[in-house]
Design a protein around this ligand. Structure first.
Ligand code: PEP
Ligand code: MN
Length: 374
């Protein structure tokens, strides 16, 4: 892997130089000129914010949702820049979007999570960006595939783009989590380790999916030396046409920024440079995911218990249990885990699963007499 491409430090992307951490704020979507301008004016009162974001073309999961105001919103962003002095940012998903942004002097572009997941689209965008003095952020792909994320960054770097950064916005969680997108901090840390000079911002809004975790996620990102934050801010979130649960008001943004601790990420800062801390963050994140998966597994075990109960079959199914042991041992061994450890772990999980099913059978008044454990 070539890690040697030229990356300009984020502070130097614009003149006057930006201050770190770089704060990007603005609504999920541009909805009307009045909404864009009043939100921008409110936000611009806080001097920590340097870039105003607003989606013009919106990738929506289901059709017939609000898909953005399109090209006319670019003129609103130009007004924001003229009236507030904030730099402007929007999402691009097609070469045409890039062309229009260049024409309308949008300062910063970003590639969304869905687009980043498709190398064909990313390549087309990188081709369209070639030769332009663009500043671009690549959001992580929907799935936790670090190589795919790096690949997208490389496609732009290969076209000579030097103002290039990444935005960590979390990953689609198959398992149930409190977050809209699971952060998987270990991926953020690994990207930082592989590309120490690459600016990486965090997007607590799309990780949280609701206002309530934004502070916690922002602080964690800052403690892990994120170079900045992108926070969805709307002058009237209740009325927002997209992502209304996660948007905060400009006043709440100011409160949040005043409460966050901005630590130094240089050599004196033990928070990030302490290797042990970095490893512990990775362990914490993995443990959380393990617990979530175990809880999900137990729920399935309960369903199986009910099903066995209804069909009057025994809890213990020896052939299945033997198959679990042999297949997991094989997989675990290939993953470098000891046989003894896998066996102990499986026995522990299996014991708990049996216990759960015993409870289910016990609680089933009709089947009380039918419990058979061999
Ligand atoms: C957005 O920033 O509004 C957006 C659509 O983000 P993502 O690509 O992270 O879902
Ligand atoms: Mn959004």
């Amino acid at each position: 892997m070539n890690t040697s491409f030229d990356i300009l430090p984020i502070e130097k992307w614009f003149e006057p130089f930006l201050e770190k951490p770089v704060i990007i704020a603005g609504p999920c979507s541009a909805e009307s000129e009045a909404q864009v301008l009043s939100t921008a004016h409110e936000i611009s009162k806080n001097k920590k914010v340097s870039i105003f974001r607003s989606g013009i073309w919106k990738p929506r999961t289901r059709p017939k949702s609000f898909e953005g105001v399109g090209e006319k919103g670019l003129a609103w962003l130009q007004k924001v820049k003229k009236e507030t002095g904030l730099l402007t940012a929007t999402e691009v998903a097609t070469p045409k979007h890039i062309e229009l942004c260049i024409k309308n002097e949008i300062d910063v572009l970003w590639i969304g999570a869905r687009t980043c997941s498709n190398p064909f689209s990313v390549q087309e965008l990188a081709n369209a960006a070639e030769g332009a003095d663009l500043a671009i952020f690549i959001k992580n792909p929907i799935n936790p595939d670090l190589e795919l994320w790096i690949g997208a960054i490389e496609r732009f770097a290969a076209k000579g783009i030097k103002k290039i950064g990444a935005i960590h916005r979390g990953f689609f969680p198959f398992e149930k989590t409190p977050f809209r997108n699971i952060p998987k901090w270990e991926i953020f840390i690994e990207l930082k380790r592989r590309f120490p000079n690459l600016p990486i911002l965090n997007d607590p809004s799309h990780i949280s999916g609701s206002k309530k975790y934004i502070k916690e996620i922002s602080q964690k990102a800052l403690d892990l030396a994120a170079d900045g934050l992108m926070i969805e801010t709307h002058f009237n979130p209740e009325q927002a046409l997209s992502d209304k649960e996660q948007q905060i008001k400009p006043k709440e943004l100011s409160d949040l920024l005043s409460k966050l601790t901005f630590r130094k990420s240089d050599i004196q800062s033990i928070d990030f440079t302490n290797q042990l801390e970095q490893f512990r963050e990775q362990i914490d994140s993995i443990d959380l995911q393990m617990l979530e998966l175990l809880s999900q597994r137990m729920k399935i075990v309960e369903n199986i218990g009910k099903y066995k109960c209804e069909n009057d079959v025994t809890i213990l199914q020896l052939r299945r249990w033997e198959k679990i042991i042999s297949s997991r041992m094989e997989t675990g061994k290939n993953l470098g885990l000891s046989e003894e450890f896998i066996l102990k772990l499986l026995q522990l999980v299996h014991k708990e699963s049996i216990q759960k099913q015993v409870e289910i059978m016990k609680n089933d008044n009709f089947n009380k007499s039918k419990i058979k454990i061999y």
